[in-house]
Design a binder for this molecule. Structure first.
Ligand code: 0X9
Ligand code: ZN
Length: 416
């Protein structure tokens, strides 16, 4: 037994590479100057040789896209012929990932049941921590398994509550996109601060917090061991695997900014809610929709705090309120060490999306306050932050998330 654990530890510690190699993949920073240019660029999203890492934000503002070796020559010719400016900011993505991996300790060093904000934790370590809280702090923290992932992993949710019923709920989820490794630590820090830091006890007296730290554990694990930049779920397809969970919700499903092609990074699935992971979120949200006052979907990257709608450019009726609250969250984050977010409607100028979690939460479940938080980028690819930045990101973000709490308290408590 001892030998086995030693072997496993050694294996985990020295395991430094993924099965899939990004050798020869390049990352481009591309700047569309006209709406026409932006539209044609967006069409590449459906192509499996292209992986858009950052959001289209505005004309004359750059977007990051990784291109496979096969497609690079045609892409560069195309950009030149269209007069679209670009630079190559990573010549070989594989080299960058390997270089960074040498410096990145992953959770080989995390003791079972502990939480770490100095390395990226594997899914089993995350759930072991939640299990521990469930036992050691059973008066305030309860885990719930809300379903199983496609590969059979338990989908964990944790509720932090001082008891009683019918309180407003702040709902947060992270890592519906597998590769966005900085998202689970933000969710885990909220959990850690609420449960293990007695100074924060007043934050769950009148409001319950419900947090799903990893919505897509299959993809998350796959991004640790096989393909670093995996985004989707792991459901098999006839040609390519995986569905984009954030295009799979049944609200204006597949109307825009989503793909019907299974190899696309934004594949919406063969039908709405084809994925067990999104079904689990749907079921929890619908069953608790009267109480959930905030739906926060945590992603990376780009420093955005976005509110619906993704599927249409028409703003929601309460856009002013969503903007004002978002601005307050941004101010609180900025006060820590100057990190700023752009707060806005998610269908900003060029980047429509449909079938997202926040659109569903607002449009179907009637949760007024629905947001996507795109955390800061890190490392060469934006999804590969150095592990030693985790702490500063989670700390500053926590300051912003407390603003959501204060607002929900002000806005909804007297009505309960
Ligand atoms: O595309 C997404 O699902 C989100 N961005 S990510 O880079 N994390 O994949 C953004 C969803 C909401 N944003 C917009 N509608 N613009
Ligand atoms: Zn994402």
């Amino acid at each position: 037994m001892k030998l086995l654990s030693l072997y496993l530890l050694t294996f985990a510690f020295f395991q430094s590479s993924w099965s899939f190699s990004y050798d020869g993949y390049k990352a481009y920073s591309v700047t569309p100057k006209t709406l026409g240019q932006a539209k044609i660029l967006k069409e590449f999203e459906d192509d499996e040789h292209f992986d858009f890492w950052s959001e289209f934000r505005a004309l004359n503002s750059s977007v990051d896209v990784m291109v496979s070796p096969k497609a690079q020559l045609d892409f560069e010719n195309f950009l030149s012929s269209e007069g679209i400016d670009y630079t190559i900011f990573i010549e070989n993505v594989e080299e960058k990932i390997q270089e960074e991996n040498k410096r990145q300790k992953r959770s080989a060093l995390v003791t079972r049941g502990d939480v770490s904000f100095t390395e990226f934790m594997r899914y089993d370590d995350i759930t072991a921590y939640l299990d521990k809280l469930n036992v050691e702090y059973s008066n305030i923290a309860q885990t719930q398994i809300i379903g199983k992932s496609f590969e059979g992993r338990d989908l964990y949710l944790i509720k932090i509550s001082s008891g009683g019923s019918n309180k407003p709920i702040l709902f947060m989820q992270a890592a519906i996109h597998a590769r966005e490794w900085i998202a689970p630590p933000v969710a885990l820090y909220v959990i850690n601060q609420l449960v293990e830091n007695p100074e924060n006890a007043d934050l769950y007296q009148n409001v319950d917090w419900v947090i799903v730290p990893v919505v897509n554990p299959d993809g998350y694990e796959f991004s640790h061991v096989d393909t670093r930049l995996w985004r989707k779920t792991r459901t098999p397809g006839t040609i390519c695997a995986g569905t984009d969970g954030n295009r799979n919700f049944d609200y204006h499903w597949m109307v825009t900014g989503a793909s019907g092609w299974q190899c696309s990074q934004t594949y919406a699935g063969h039908s709405p809610f084809s994925e067990v992971e999104t079904q689990a979120i749907r079921d929890y949200v619908l069953a608790n929709k009267e109480n959930i006052k905030l739906f926060l979907d945590i992603h990376s990257y780009g420093n955005w705090l976005l509110y619906p709608w993704g599927y249409t450019t028409d703003p929601p009726d309460d856009a002013d309120e969503l903007q004002a609250l978002g601005d307050r969250v941004n101010d609180a984050i900025a006060a820590v060490r100057g990190t700023t977010y752009t707060v806005g409607n998610s269908n900003i100028l060029l980047y429509a999306t449909s079938g997202t979690g926040p659109d569903y939460a607002k449009g179907v479940a009637g949760i007024d306050l629905a947001y996507t938080l795109e955390l800061p980028s890190g490392g060469s690819s934006g999804f590969n932050p150095e592990a030693d930045v985790i702490e500063s990101v989670v700390e500053e973000t926590w300051e912003g998330l407390k603003v959501f709490h204060d607002y929900v308290l002000e806005r909804y408590l007297q009505r309960q």
